[in-house]
Design a protein around this ligand. Sequence first.
Ligand code: NAP
Length: 233
Amino acid sequence: MVGASSGIGRECAKQLAAAGVKVAAVARRAERLDQLKGEFPDKIIPFPHDVTNTDEIPDLFMRITQELGGLDLIIYASGVMSDVGRHEFNTAKDLPMIEVNVTGAIAWLNEAAHRFERVGHGSIVCIGSVAGDRGRVGQPVYNASKSFVATYMEALRNRLHRLGVRVTTIKPGPTETEMTSHLHMKKMPVEVAARKTLQLVGRSGEFYLSPMHKIAFFVIRNFPSLLFRRLSV
Ligand SMILES: NC(=O)c1ccc[n+]([C@@H]2O[C@H](COP(=O)([O-])OP(=O)(O)OC[C@H]3O[C@@H](n4cnc5c(N)ncnc54)[C@H](OP(=O)(O)O)[C@@H]3O)[C@@H](O)[C@H]2O)c1
């Protein structure tokens, strides 16, 4: 579980551990990972790591598979969303979203894809977002990073499906986590988002976590660009 120290990733790690699954918990905040290990001493193995240090990933991936005694599932839930103003074009705020949401995902999931292709089974899950479905005025780079995730995951799915590897893109809507704690809107409880995510493991495809979003984002994705621009959302 990459991004296991808070939010959706932490909750997925907890639910997996509670179900008896051994989980490698990866994120920067070591104390959070130790806390998680405290809750599930036999099931959680902490691996403090910053996904922007991509050079470390091949060795760390190998160490994790050895310590777990194999690997059936990887969930990439690391992500950041910078606080970007409506009229702000700020590269220093934009680039971390690419480094974590895009580059980190590629570096971790390529390792998993390579291993799973070789052994002929495994599940790859990446947390994308409904935010990747259109380019919106509020978060150009966050939107683009999630759009990248959707396309990259589709390509992995197309490469690996016939080999028995399942590739799942999760597109949550607003969810109650640290990332959105400053946003005042209706949000899905993180326990629910994690439970729904885990129910989708092993299914190849792209999934929204609520039936409403499936319909709403079908319409939003197909809305003509000119009209979408006028909405200024
Ligand atoms: N919350 C929402 O409404 C929502 C909606 C749609 C999609 N999502 C997506 O869901 C995913 C999880 O987000 P969340 O809402 O659960 O947010 P969160 O509570 O802020 O969790 C983000 C996770 O990413 C990890 N992370 C951030 N930078 C990292 C780095 N450099 N190296 C390693 N790990 C890093 C954090 O760990 P450390 O800080 O300890 O490193 C943390 O575990 C993200 O991809 C987010 O874009 C969230």
